[in-house]
Design a protein around this ligand. Sequence first.
Ligand code: HEC
Length: 214
Amino acid sequence: MRYFFVALFGFLLLALTVFGIAGRRGTDFRKPPLEIFDDMVRQAKLRPQVPNSFFSDGRSSQAYVVGTVAQRIGDQPNQAWQGTAQNTGLVPGTTNYVAAIPVPVTAALLERGRERYNISCVPCHGPVGDGNGITKKIGAMPVVASLLDKNAVTIPDGLVFHIIGQGKAPNMQGYASTIQINDRWAIVAYVRALQRARYATLEEVPAAERAMMK
Ligand code: HEC
């Protein structure tokens, strides 16, 4: 008999617990009856168009930062911003790649390109661009295009820019998400420098250093 009451008590406790957590069927609650983790359901946030003491002008909605450029006007892309050669690598209004880098090529840009190339491209294309990177050595990528081949030398700068951002099927992925536009042009400039280093003629070497090269 004693065990009967212990079991009954246990059962009632269990029922109460289940009921306490799950609630009664068909009952609506504004909040969950029992909330162990709130999982960020409620959080401090700014609602638009209501007073807010956080900002000095007392509004929750703030004006755009000076210099903000609209990416879309209505439902159209903002062409004034997107359609430039610098952003697309294309001659504006056409589908032709620009022949030459549309930003000023300076020593600083080349240096930035060297740094970025050595981070993003060296694993596959190798330090001098001949396609002998570590991925080939370990067999992860048996064939990598050489950037010193005639094809890579003759394609327009805009296409090299495009390949850096969008990749080249089937084996090279695009780096648009990790290499910013100005850095892509910097890398293009550096790739051209690597090619120049390979193909320059003796006449292009300053006279003083020529003897050393022979
Ligand atoms: C994961 C390896 C890998 C990385 C990293 C990589 N590439 Fe490539 N790249 C390739 C492969 C493989 C090809 C050949 C594409 C194909 O035909 O499959 C290629 C092709 C190219 C081509 C076209 C060459 C031609 O003759 O058409 C260019 C230009 C190029 N890469 C530039 C770059 C630059 C610049 C970077 C650094 C931002 C880079 N790649 C990073 C693997 C890579």
